[in-house]
Design a protein around this ligand. Structure first.
Ligand SMILES: Nc1ncnc2c1ncn2[C@@H]1O[C@H](COP(=O)(O)OP(=O)(O)OP(=O)(O)O)[C@@H](O)[C@H]1O
Length: 700
């Protein structure tokens, strides 16, 4: 063991290098700012090209600066000493000296892989791997791994510290996730660096770093194939808004700002759902058997449209009754294919033509036979009548997904559309979930979003000329309000693209078939990364969810990775939780938790006592996890503590997905296990949220 002064001397030596890297970073930033200023100067040239050029230069400079602004702390976090005496530093960014020699290698560059992947067995000429921890720009700690103690090159190398990973894992948790760039483990790194094509499927138990890997992978892909992924777009989908809020700092801390992060309740523009339906209802809405019902809803006459058409032509009365009108509608919409076929919102003009054709057929034969030009005259005359236009508008209204879905709140309509596809109880549950007062604002659940997205696809967009202009700049002919760069990041965050170049799905095991359809469309040209754990699935039948995923991913090549170490839970906590996983899925292989704390989970029968114990035991966050049914009551009961302790939160077992707390209080495990068909797996999720201490409360 080296003396403390040996460690200080080593730290001082590393500090010299770190200082030099920051100096060079400052110089690069100054260049980026000069470039930006140059862009602004171009605009003064006065011609239109000057503006475009300015926007482009300013934009590129802004992106450059954003990347240089990756988290300052720990800019240099790794060092490798090789067999031949070469030294290589690893950093959040690649930084070079004046002669273009690397001072740090970007962690995502191929050359940095060895930092994460070298082991004593496969050491790739590495003798010592050093992790450098800093506070701000100051080096505070070194942790070394000597991979080749017997190598002559190891002589004279000081070895310090006892494991960067353990230090990282035992830190107290805050309200947001941190990047793990300095301590990514070998099996994780192999998943991060999986090829950018095809579909990378990463499985692993709770706490194995799946979310962390997914986010670092986004940064890796953007770094290595920037043109393709930045222009095509990277979408990251997480289970809830609580979850996206928890992870949203990770990519910016790695200097990446362009990936879109969305929760499952936000996959359709303009909808921000965070409320979940109870499990049985969620199972109905998520099932693929909703699809034919939505298709029929879109193809049938909207409620309240006129049920007859009457006009006169040259003294003849022409009348089409409801059946005739329905026939015209079905001719226009054709039979279609599942999820395809003509979109009614795009078919109004076609519908008018088909209606004229049907009306023409009702005229007396002599008139129709008289002259070939008669038909053209008939069409022109009817189209010129305001009443015809009005009829078309009423009979073929442009419909929004929300209108159609709300229309299904009428039990009789839903029953007629569902036919044998839904049982009476299911119809009643759906009807109750969508029924609202006429002018109440919609309150969509997360499970409604894929239905709305499906309807959006089935209905098609309202033609541009019929839409209100949305873009305040579109009609004004003015471009000079602010630069394109100023406006664009916000615009990009707010609108979902039609397709993405890469889609990353976290907690993939939980997606319903209907949710997979939405993602399948957004990712129809994408390569994929899907991370998940079937044992944590809240979907009644994990196999059905898996098949829906396979359909969405199509026949692209698969790259599979499995993560086997649980870095979150203490061994004591995980041992307790794993019993439930074994009960739910006896044959499944579970990860190993390696960190012992000496604190086994504690059982309580009183919630307040458990919460007090948790708050007293840890300095960091405490999560109280309850069923959806008990959530409001528990929040009310703990209101005073919640007010006094910002580090305390109450959340439902579904919202707990993907999150972690230093201490978790799991309330009423039997109720959690009994709340849904996936109950035991949901309980397993709840029990695996704690990093340090677990309290299980079974009320009397
Ligand atoms: N290599 C690592 N170095 C430091 N911390 C790590 C490492 N791998 C994982 N962790 C930490 O372990 C915790 C669990 O990681 P993460 O949330 O990514 O796991 P997960 O597999 O997504 O879990 P779950 O399936 O339960 O949601 C996080 O705090 C993460 O920062």
């Amino acid at each position: 063991m080296p003396q403390p002064d040996a460690a200080s001397a080593e730290m001082e030596r590393e500090q010299l290098h770190v200082d030099r890297v920051y100096e060079r970073l400052e110089a690069t930033r100054a260049r980026a700012r000069a470039y930006e200023a140059e862009g602004h100067r171009r605009a003064q040239f006065g011609h239109e090209g000057g503006l475009v050029e300015r926007d482009s230069i300013v934009y590129q400079a802004a992106v450059w600066l954003q990347r240089l602004d990756a988290e300052e702390e720990g800019l240099v976090f790794g060092r490798l000493d090789f067999e031949d005496g070469e030294i290589q530093y690893i950093g959040r960014l690649g930084v070079r000296d004046e002669d273009y020699n690397p001072l740090t290698v970007d962690w995502r560059a191929p050359a940095a892989a060895v930092f994460y992947q070298a082991t004593p067995v496969d050491r790739r000429d590495v003798v010592r791997r050093r992790t450098i921890k800093s506070a701000g720009r100051r080096v505070t700690r070194l942790d070394d791994d000597l991979l080749a103690p017997e190598s002559p090159a190891a002589n004279g190398l000081t070895v310090i510290g006892d494991g960067a990973l353990m230090a990282a894992l035992t830190r107290k948790r805050g309200t947001v996730m941190h990047d793990i760039v300095a301590t990514i483990q070998r099996e994780q790194d192999l998943a991060v660096r999986s090829p950018g094509d095809g579909a990378t499927l990463i499985t692993g138990g709770p706490g194995t770093g799946k979310t962390a890997v997914a986010l670092h992978r986004a940064a890796y892909l953007l770094f290595n194939e920037r043109r393709r992924f930045e222009s095509g777009g990277v979408l990251i989908v997480g289970p809830s808004r609580v979850f996206t809020a928890y992870v949203e700092q990770v990519l910016p801390s790695l200097g990446e700002h362009t990936a879109a992060l969305r929760s499952l309740g936000e996959l359709l523009d303009g909808v921000h759902a965070s409320r979940h339906d109870p499990a049985p209802l969620a199972a109905i809405k998520g099932s693929i058997s909703m699809l034919p019902i939505l298709e029929r809803a879109v193809r049938s006459a909207p409620p309240g449209v006129p049920d007859s058409f009457r006009t006169t032509y040259q003294g003849n009365v022409v009348q089409l009754d409801r059946r005739a009108l329905d026939r015209v509608r079905s001719i226009v919409l054709g039979r279609g294919t599942p999820g395809g076929g003509p979109q009614p919102n795009a078919q109004r003009a076609h519908a008018a033509t088909a209606l004229l054709e049907a009306a023409w057929e009702r005229l007396p034969r002599e008139l129709r036979d008289r002259r070939r030009t008669e038909r053209a005259h008939f069409d022109r005359e009817l189209r010129d009548r305001t009443e015809f236009d009005l009829f078309i508008e009423q009979w073929w209204p442009y419909r929004s997904p929300a209108e159609v879905l709300r229309g299904l709140a009428d039990g009789a309509t839903l029953r007629a559309l569902a036919g044998p596809d839904l049982a009476d109880g299911q119809i009643a549950a759906l009807e109750a979930s969508w029924r609202r007062d006429e002018d109440a604002a919609p309150d969509w659940s997360v499970e409604d979003v894929p239905l709305l997205a499906e309807l959006d696809q089935l209905l098609g967009p309202v033609p541009a000329e019929e839409r209100e202009p949305e873009d305040p700049f579109a009609d004004a002919g003015v471009m000079e309000v602010s630069s394109w760069v100023d406006r664009n990041p916000a615009a990009r965050r707010d609108a979902t693209r039609e397709t993405y170049a890469h889609v990353i799905v976290d907690e993939g095991q939980d997606l319903s078939p209907m949710q997979w359809r939405v993602l399948g469309r957004l990712g129809r040209r994408a390569s994929w990364t899907v991370v998940g754990d079937p044992v944590q699935s809240s979907w009644p039948d994990p196999e059905e969810s898996r098949l829906a995923m396979e359909l969405a991913l199509g026949d692209q090549r698969r790259y599979r990775h499995e993560l086997r170490t649980n870095y979150r839970n203490s061994a004591e906590i995980y041992e307790y939780a794993a019993r439930f996983a074994k009960r739910a899925m006896p044959d499944v292989e579970l990860p190993e938790a390696v960190r012992k704390t000496g604190f086994p989970p504690e059982e309580f029968d009183d919630l307040d006592a458990a919460v007090r114990a948790a708050l007293g035991a840890v300095e960091g966050t405490v999560g109280v996890i309850t069923t959806l049914a008990a959530f409001d009551a528990v929040s009310a009961r703990l209101a005073a503590s919640l007010e006094a302790e910002p580090r305390l939160v109450v959340l439902t077992d579904l919202d707990a997905k993907g999150l972690e707390y230093d201490a978790a209080v799991v309330l009423d495990p039997d109720a959690i296990a009994g709340e849904s068909p996936a109950g035991l797996r949901t309980l397993y999720v709840a029990l695996t949220r704690a990093t340090q201490r677990l309290y299980v409360v079974s009320p009397d």
